[in-house]
Design a protein around this ligand. Structure first.
Ligand SMILES: [Zn+2]
Length: 135
């Protein structure tokens, strides 16, 4: 169960060329042609951290360096784009939730209307006038 992180294979120049030509030199992010001789990177449609395959199949494609950073990290400030790191963080949150590890965003301990008693039960907080635990 759970995600299996794919082991990253080494990227040889021959592999880069193979992936580049398999996609006709089109950036997998902005879909524009990567100019001949321009710097490019290889990216994975499904991030390896999410179990994407690291072979020369369709999961790997060439991408502009700037596009790669945009895809991986989202835009800094301004509008947030879906990014790999947010997808990975979300997958981790969902996984933690399935395992029962996730804490509610707003814990009853920080909610001023509720108080947790010593035995673990959560009860409405007593009015300030009745300070201390009512028996
Ligand atoms: Zn691009």
């Amino acid at each position: 169960m759970g995600m299996v992180k794919t082991k990253r294979r080494s990227m040889s120049p021959a592999r880069r060329r193979r992936i580049f030509s398999a996609h006709d030199g089109v950036c997998g992010y902005c879909h524009e042609l990567i100019e001949d001789g321009a710097a490019f990177e290889i990216d994975h449609a499904v991030p390896l951290a999410l179990g994407g395959t690291d072979d020369d199949g369709p999961n790997a494609y060439p991408i502009h360096g700037d596009c790669h950073r945009l895809k991986t990290f989202g835009r800094k400030g301004g509008s947030r784009l879906p990014s790999d790191i947010s997808a990975i963080a979300k997958a981790k949150r969902l996984r933690a939730k399935r395992l029962g590890l996730a804490r509610p965003k707003r814990s009853c301990l920080t909610d001023p209307r509720w108080v947790r008693k010593v035995d673990g039960t959560v009860v409405p907080r007593a009015p300030a006038s009745e300070h201390g635990e009512a028996a």
